[in-house]
Design a protein around this ligand. Structure first.
Ligand SMILES: *[C@@H]1O[C@H](CO)[C@@H](O)[C@H](O)[C@H]1NC(C)=O
Ligand SMILES: *[C@@H]1O[C@H](CO)[C@@H](O)[C@H](O)[C@H]1NC(C)=O
Ligand SMILES: *[C@@H]1O[C@H](CO)[C@@H](O)[C@H](O)[C@H]1NC(C)=O
Length: 518
């Protein structure tokens, strides 16, 4: 009814296929432009695209039904929409393509709206906004662009003198180092400029400052280099800026990190662990799981607790805490995200039960506390065991969450459920634990050297009754920093806690033995 020869795709898919319509959803259109840049991504969202395409030779196959897949709260969900799209005077009013007969972007927008509002095409923004970290370096951006990780940039919607729209989201479609100067003329090294290409989701209205489409700065760049970066002068909403101008003109950048967990990847791969949980109120402190943030010292440790291990000397750990989308509750006057975040503590190497005190455990990381759907943190952690406590900012808030932890070496992320060790049959004979002792050994100084180079390879064994904790070996030092922690559930309080220090060679040879308490 809208055009001749309607298609899902015309000449394949491109980031230019999206033109924002009457909705203030630049954030969605900008993100979809990024999606269109990478086949492996959009083909997940638009499944079996060949089968879904209109086939003029088999018109009887067409059902007017389209499938899209969206990742919601850890699951890929199939959203089905019909082919009816809202129009005024025969023109699509929402997202549309430059080509009149191409409909993937309009149908995708409709499906996304259905996913969140069950058929209501008006929806609000609610994706995570990641403020640009001051340490975000050019190289970092370039590397991510190289690995084709989508970026979108957002500003605060009025047009500035320089052609940018305030309060608007743009997609970052390329990041390049551009060589300046004609190679023939400049015999020495050519100067390089770090540049970013942006796209306005309106498909028009471009930056008109330095390095914009027709600007004279480009006369300093060879034709070859211009072809290499794919410079076009069309008023298609896409333009180049220098990194410096971009930094001056934008306040926020959202980065979508593509974490490859495939064993066969040529890039770095990650081990992924997912846990789903909930903050739930209960008048019994031992059963309450809605304790609020660290400010609420009396209830903080009542939150759900998760433990994981870092098994390398140091590992980069990526953590994402996502709360359940609240937008379906909009009609009830709710629907806003809760303020959420998490804390990470380095704990005893043998901890298997929930934390009830914070005497010796060291807080090693805190996420941002913010009312976003997802809170993300990248942190470098040393070898050891860690407890991660996800919380809402205020105590007593009930909702569900999903926690994802990505590490290089499997982290064995699991929930700590027990408040104390499970009673064993032998306890009837041995007696039940009477005291819990926690110990932290910081360092050992001035050890006797054990080899010609004057070093030693010390490690600790901390034991009590039948329990034992062994520290990693510290190599080539007579002043070792351990920071090893252990927890003991003691049946016989007269039995001491024994700390032994050994040097690693063929035979274990104790330096000394000492019982710090008993
Ligand atoms: C071209 O580059 C030279 C050297 O960096 C600079 O002085 C000149 O202003 C540039 N020309 C334009 C039009 O930007
Ligand atoms: C955007 O960048 C240009 C060039 O650096 C600068 O002159 C202008 O003031 C910037 N705009 C804002 C709002 O900072
Ligand atoms: C992960 O790597 C594999 C192998 O290189 C590739 O086939 C797959 O598309 C990658 N996944 C993502 C999300 O980049």
């Amino acid at each position: 009814e809208l055009c001749e020869d309607p298609r899902l795709f015309v000449n394949g898919i491109s980031s230019h296929d999206l033109h924002q319509g009457k909705l203030g959803n630049c954030w969605f259109v900008a993100a979809c432009s990024c999606l269109a840049l990478r086949d492996s991504l959009w083909q997940k969202v638009i499944p079996k695209f060949m089968e879904q395409e209109w086939d003029p030779r088999q018109p009887e196959k067409y059902t007017g039904m389209f499938h899209f897949n969206f990742w919601c709260f850890g699951e890929w969900i199939d959203v089905v929409v019909d082919d009816r799209l809202p129009t005024v005077n025969g023109e699509l009013i929402f997202c549309h393509s430059k080509e009149r007969n191409e409909f993937w972007s309009a149908l995708l927008e409709k499906a996304y709206a259905k996913c969140y509002k069950k058929g209501d095409p008006r929806y609000s923004r609610g994706e995570g906004v990641f403020p640009m970290a001051p340490s975000l370096q050019k190289q970092d951006l370039r590397r991510r662009r190289k690995q084709q990780q989508p970026l979108t940039a957002r500003d605060f919607e009025t047009e500035t003198a320089m052609g940018l729209i305030q309060g608007h989201a743009y997609s970052v479609t390329a990041i390049r180092k551009v060589s300046l100067g004609e190679r023939l003329l400049s015999c020495s090294k050519s100067e390089k400029l770090f540049m970013i290409r942006l796209r306005n989701p309106w498909g028009k209205k471009e930056w008109n400052g330095a390095w914009s489409d027709e600007s004279e700065e480009w006369t300093n760049v060879s034709d070859k280099e211009r072809r290499k970066i794919g410079l076009t002068m069309d008023n298609d909403g896409e333009f180049w800026m220098t990194f410096e101008d971009w930094c001056k003109n934008f306040t926020d950048v959202d980065i979508c990190r593509l974490v490859n967990t495939s064993f066969f990847s040529i890039h770095k791969t990650w081990d992924k662990k997912i846990m789903c949980g909930a903050w739930r109120k209960n008048p019994d402190p031992l059963l309450n799981h809605a304790g609020g943030c660290f400010n609420n010292r009396a209830t903080f440790l009542q939150n759900p607790q998760y433990v994981f291990d870092v098994k390398k000397a140091e590992d980069k750990v990526l953590i994402s805490l996502q709360q359940k989308d609240q937008r379906i509750h909009k009609k009830e006057g709710k629907g806003e995200n809760f303020v959420i975040g998490f804390e990470i503590f380095k704990v005893e190497d043998n901890r298997e039960c929930r934390m009830h005190t914070m005497h010796i455990q060291e807080k090693v990381a805190t996420s941002a506390y913010i009312d976003m759907r997802t809170v993300f943190l990248k942190v470098l952690l040393k070898r050891g065991r860690y407890v991660l406590i996800p919380t809402t900012f205020s105590p007593g808030v009930e909702t569900e969450f999903m926690l994802r932890v990505f590490t290089d070496v499997p982290s064995k992320l699991r929930e700590l459920k027990l408040n104390k060790p499970k009673p064993e049959c032998l306890d009837m004979l041995r007696g039940f634990p009477k005291r819990v002792s926690q110990i932290r050994i910081h360092a050992a100084e001035g050890l006797e050297s054990q080899d010609q180079s004057g070093g030693a390879n010390p490690y600790l064994i901390v034991s009590c009754e039948n329990a034992k904790v062994r520290s990693p070996v510290q190599q080539g030092t007579v002043n070792a920093v351990f920071n090893t922690q252990a927890i003991f559930y003691r049946r016989n309080v007269k039995h001491p806690i024994v700390v032994q220090l050994f040097h690693t060679r063929l035979l274990r040879k104790p330096f000394f033995s000492r019982s710090p308490c008993g």
